[in-house]
Design a protein around this ligand. Structure first.
Ligand code: SF4
Length: 703
């Protein structure tokens, strides 16, 4: 592979920026611009640009580790795999198959996510599998399925954004999370469109807005209802569209009319004139969009909150029309594909439901097993982690670091420590891997081939650019080796294309149909949007039939994916967050990201340049709150919730509401934001309430 340029994609966020990689003499790769990929047109953020540093990091794992007398020590692959297989077998024999848990990640390729789901259900026979994407966009997925019958993050390509008239961006700080995407919004404004940003903080994204609405954390649902109320009151409902393409309007209308603008102003802190201005900006252009991200989604009422924003789109005739609609900006690199192929507690490949008998029959046939042998739905991510050490005695974890990223993280750390056995696959010794009994060192993005599906539903080919270091193996090889040891010697290929071919068959006919997508097409066409079924008419030669469908960049233009083709309004009403401030905990905490770190930081905290830019956590607070506390810029501040205490330096700014503090969640230890967060779950999506909980602030006198 020396000196060849490999076009591929970034290992981090859901934008999946295109980049070129060239091997270097020291065994790593150099990143260069890849202008042919339409999403980023060559632009990269600092995370993508520096991603090769993790390949050659001095803390990279290159040997399996096993725990011996309390310490992790190097071992051979056979020793490590034998130990895992033996312990999983013992757990299963002593406590039953559901005592073995599997936890995956939204960064795993489609091939790995697919194989992990199959491994759990076919090899281990456990229902207890879920993944960290549950903590990401699951509320938007649930709301999208309720309203449209189908969840695909964006039902249109990003390139539609500059050509719409107005975008309401709810709870997304994409200037920090996915900076190259900002250009779509800059072009929107250059074309005469407007941008409304909804965020409790005046973020770098909010600074770009024509109108910034800063609601109290956890009140986005009321805000959307207030806007819908005004849409009705001002006669802006698209009656023809509502009558022709939707169902359930009267109940949703009645719910919205109970939310008077003055009432919404009291709940949210957003003034009535601002609400009216937002409605004018959104309704007057011919086309408009609402895009949500983690702000409204990571709430214990996240599904209803997203549903309220979808209702706004439906009432104004915005969904399922060109250059208009509702979309979710998925966060993790394969957050979209990761939820489509079976590592989720309630799903089978192709975005099929695990409790659907026809889906079970179809997938079981592809897997060569009896449908009745497949377990039913298991626990959601937080519930699974909360059951560790009690109902679940052994855990196999791949592509996740819940010690930093799970809510109520100190409790989850205790649960992990209480396991009989923990095995972790990772590239470095993450905080979670450090607790394991066995750690397996695995290959990274540039060392392996596989597909991901970006936030637009565009399936992409990540290509191998370099040979992995001696001592590491791919996750697919790990699952194959373990399947062998656990008595299932067939059905776990290690070649990614072979896995993808099986995934195509398993997804055929499902909502996320990949059957018309091949590696060859992905390489030649720079990605293909699902659904992309094979042509089954019998009128085309086999190869042509296989690849005839052009893919579906834009969904719902003729009909929604519901039985009658109509979108569903879902009547929703405001309700408070799970944990409102009180005398003991009088301030709201919200959490989020910074531009130089990614998720739990397991990779990006190993990159010197990124650490220099974002060396540690902080507590962002308003000057009034700082004055009450007696804290100056940089002073350590303790943030205390009902779940624990975190300490980080003060960052004082008027960019945040005086009733709210913000902490980024990328770091472990004393400044771990998720020590504080509330695991109260959304009843539908099972999303924890990361975005709002009650805290108090305390000065730190001595450290
Ligand atoms: Fe990678 Fe996302 Fe940055 Fe693009 S925006 S370079 S995909 S981290």
């Amino acid at each position: 592979m020396q000196n060849t340029v490999t076009p591929t994609h970034c290992p981090y966020c859901a934008l999946q920026c295109g980049m070129n990689l060239t091997p270097t003499a020291d065994g790593t790769v150099e990143v260069s611009e890849r202008a042919d990929f339409p999403v980023n047109r060559g632009a990269l953020c600092g995370k993508g640009r520096t991603a090769p540093a993790v390949l050659s990091s001095r803390v990279r794992l290159t040997s399996p580790l096993v725990r011996s007398e309390g310490t992790l020590v190097p071992a051979t692959w056979d020793e490590a795999l034998d130990r895992i297989a033996g312990r999983l077998l013992r757990t299963r024999a002593e406590h039953g198959p559901d005592a073995v848990g599997v936890f995956g990640g939204g960064g795993l390729t489609n091939e790995k996510a697919y194989t992990l789901g199959k491994f759990a259900r076919v090899v281990l026979g456990t229902s207890q599998i879920d993944y960290n994407g549950r903590f990401c966009m699951s509320s938007a997925a649930a709301a999208g399925i309720k309203a449209f019958g189908l969840d695909r993050g964006l039902p249109f390509p990003l390139e539609d954004i500059p050509r719409t008239g107005c975008v309401i961006l709810v709870g997304s700080n994409l200037a920090e999370t996915m900076p190259p995407s900002l250009r779509f919004f800059t072009e929107l404004k250059e074309n005469g469109g407007t941008l409304i940003v909804v965020d409790p903080r005046r973020t770098r994204t909010a600074e770009q807005a024509d109108l910034h609405l800063a609601p109290r954390p956890g009140t986005d649902l009321a805000l959307a209802l207030g806007l819908l109320h005004l849409v009705v009151a001002e006669g802006r409902v698209d009656e023809e569209y509502v009558a022709g393409r939707t169902a359930g309007w009267e109940d949703a209308r009645a719910a919205a009319m109970a939310h008077w603008p003055e009432y919404v102003e009291r709940i949210t802190g957003v003034s009535v004139p601002q609400l009216r201005q937002a409605v004018r900006m959104f309704c007057e252009p011919e086309h408009a969009m609402v895009l949500t991200a983690r702000g409204p989604e990571q709430q214990s009422k996240g599904t209803d909150t997203v549903g309220a924003w979808i209702n706004l789109c439906l009432a104004t005739g915005r969904a399922g029309r060109p250059l208009s609609g509702y979309g979710c900006l998925t966060g993790q690199g394969n957050g979209q594909g990761g939820r489509e192929h079976g590592q989720k507690a309630d799903q089978l490949p192709g975005y099929r439901k695990l409790d659907d008998p026809a889906a079970r029959r179809h997938v079981a046939e592809v897997w060569g097993v009896d449908p009745d042998s497949l377990p039913g739905p298991g626990r959601s991510a937080y519930e699974l982690l909360d059951a560790l050490g009690t109902d679940i005695r052994s855990l196999l974890l791949m592509g996740s670091n819940p010690v930093v990223s799970a809510p109520r993280a100190a409790h989850i750390e205790e649960r992990l420590e209480s396991l009989d056995f923990l095995a972790v696959c990772d590239v470095v010794l993450s905080e979670t891997a450090a607790l394991a009994d066995v750690v397996l060192p695995v290959t990274q993005w540039a060392e392996e081939t596989g597909t991901t599906t970006n936030l637009e539903g565009r399936v992409l080919l990540r290509r191998q650019a370099i040979t992995p270091p001696v001592g590491v193996r791919s996750d697919l090889e790990v699952m194959r080796e373990l399947a062998d040891r656990l008595g299932v010697e067939k059905g776990f290929p290690t070649d990614p294309e072979e896995v993808f071919e099986e995934l195509r068959r398993a997804s055929a006919g499902g909502p996320a149909d990949y059957s018309g997508i091949t590696y060859r097409r992905l390489a030649e066409e720079n990605g293909v949007f699902w659904p992309c079924p094979q042509d089954l008419s019998g009128q085309l030669p086999a190869r042509a039939a296989e690849e005839a469908h052009p893919g579906t960049p834009r969904l719902f233009l003729d009909r929604f994916a519901t039985p009658d083709g109509r979108a569903r309004f879902v009547p929703v009403s405001h309700r408070p967050i799970d944990e409102e401030p009180d005398d003991e905990y009088p301030v709201l905490l919200t959490t989020g990201r910074v531009v130089a770190q990614y998720q739990s930081g397991a990779q990006t905290r190993r990159v010197d340049e990124l650490n220099a830019a974002a060396p540690g956590p902080f507590v962002e607070l308003h000057p009034r709150l700082a004055a009450r506390l007696g804290a100056a810029e940089g002073d350590p501040v303790a943030v205390v919730s009902r779940r624990g205490r975190a300490v980080a330096p003060a960052r004082i700014t008027t960019a945040i509401r005086p009733d709210t503090v913000f902490m980024p969640f990328h770091w472990p230890g004393e400044g771990r934001a998720n020590t504080l967060t509330n695991p109260a779950l959304d009843p539908t999506s099972r999303m924890p309430e990361f975005k709002a909980c009650a805290v108090r602030l305390e000065p730190v006198t001595s450290r």
